[in-house]
Write a protein that binds this ligand. Structure first.
Ligand SMILES: [Zn+2]
Length: 104
């Protein structure tokens, strides 16, 4: 069974570290890329290197971009347009898909 390492997303806004894939440990996002979307979902405006794979989905006539871990293929969440972020996009991530590693 998975070790329960649930992220308390809103409670620790100032901690620096990395968000890694909860399945394989691949580093996906930096705490510097966090974005408070007020959706309750962990959100980011960018990702680390090439570790996040984008996959275009066509669902119900609408294009959606699915986000996957490049290393193990775990479904992470979706990419949305969002004018509030520095990159104009928002990574909306399932909290079970990522784990937080504090900077040492
Ligand atoms: Zn992974």
């Amino acid at each position: 069974m998975f070790e329960n390492r649930h992220i308390n997303w809103e409670a620790k806004p100032s901690e620096n570290g990395l968000y890694v894939c909860s399945r394989c440990g691949n580093p996906l996002f930096s705490s510097a890329q966090k974005f408070n979307s007020r959706t309750g979902f962990p959100s980011f405006w960018g990702h680390l290197e090439e570790n996040v794979q984008q996959h275009l989905l066509e669902t119900y006539g609408r294009d959606r971009i699915q986000l996957l871990c490049r290393q193990c293929g775990l479904h992470l969440g979706h990419l949305f347009q969002d004018k509030r972020t520095p990159s104009q996009v928002r990574y909306c991530i399932n909290s079970e898909a990522i784990a937080f590693q504090k900077e040492r």
